[in-house]
Ligand binder design. Structure first.
Ligand SMILES: Cc1cc2nc3c(=O)[nH]c(=O)nc-3n(C[C@H](O)[C@H](O)[C@H](O)COP(=O)(O)O)c2cc1C
Length: 271
């Protein structure tokens, strides 16, 4: 299907295993940017060797939000050392903790300490810039000023996203921030978009408001939960078909024709 995949730092299989399974398809690596620069360098170099072609650094999750349902369900897979395959296979992490199986709680606490660096600053993006020649894309942008700062500090692209509303309680909808951000930086960078893309019309609107491409988060995971690999394929095939039809129904034959102007004939903008 050639739909690109962005693989998270926190995953149950390693960067290398996923790279092998996904050989021949485009894939990017999403970095949770921790406190240890050696670990960051190690992760990025592993991603480069495994054929990933861009680094997505997520900046809206330097702290986990207050998530009542996760707390009610005592849902934190990391507590059970799950989702940490990239850490448990990393020479820098292992040199710090030893064998994770010997003391799982100590390993988890070390992960929790290293996972993120809430005090990092825009200037620190230079660290990533110096580590890799791959494009660096900043995920989690919701304000034109932050978009400008990301670009000024070396980002090759941005992902407008509110993390699906899972981080900042009461955050503005990501789609409502897109137009302003595109007006501010659309000529200087590549803008991608996620949070709430479910149907062809959602894709059309995001593209019309300035995105060059969109990402999906939960829908593929729902397909995976229901029917594994086949479920993911179904979700993607349905969405792609819906996108194609929407484009045609809007009277467009290519994405170049999809502009803000096109949008006004088909959807009323919310006041
Ligand atoms: C269970 C779950 C896990 C996620 N893990 C990550 C992650 O590891 N890295 C990341 O950048 N975003 C992560 N996200 C956020 C998604 O990448 C995406 O920004 C968000 O889900 C919005 O898209 P959606 O509305 O299509 O789900 C996660 C979201 C969910 C629901």
């Amino acid at each position: 299907m050639h739909v690109p995949q962005i693989v998270s730092t926190v995953s149950s299989r390693t960067i290398e295993e996923i790279g092998t399974a996904n050989a021949g398809n485009p894939r990017w690596f999403q970095l949770y940017w921790g406190r240890n620069d050696d670990f960051t360098r190690s992760m990025i170099s592993r991603a480069e060797k495994a054929g990933y072609s861009a680094i997505v650094v997520t900046l809206d999750t330097r702290l986990f939000a207050w998530r009542e349902r996760d707390i009610q369900n005592a849902y934190l897979p990391f507590l059970y050392n799950e989702g940490l395959a990239n850490y448990f296979s990393d020479p820098v992490f292992l040199s710090e903790v030893g064998d994770p199986a010997k003391d799982p709680m100590k390993t988890m606490m070390h992960f929790a300490h290293c996972f993120s660096n809430p005090s990092s600053k825009w200037e620190d993006l230079a660290v990533l810039r110096n580590v890799t020649k791959l494009p660096v894309i900043v995920k989690g942008i919701q304000h034109p000023d932050d978009a400008k700062k990301a670009i000024d500090h070396g980002a090759d692209g941005i992902i407008v996203s509110n993390h699906g509303g899972r981080q900042m309680d009461g955050a503005i909808g990501a789609i409502d921030t897109l137009e302003g951000i595109a007006d501010a930086v659309g000529n200087n960078t590549t803008i991608l978009f996620d949070s709430g893309i479910r149907r062809g019309a959602d894709v059309f609107k995001a593209m019309a408001l300035g995105a060059k491409a969109v990402l999906i988060g939960r829908p593929y995971a729902y397909g995976l939960a229901i029917a594994g690999e086949e479920g993911v394929e179904e979700v993607l095939a349905n969405l792609l078909a819906d996108v194609d039809l929407t484009l045609g129904l809007a009277g467009c034959t290519s994405w170049e024709e999809v502009t803000k102007d096109t949008l006004k004939y088909f959807w009323k903008k919310k006041k």
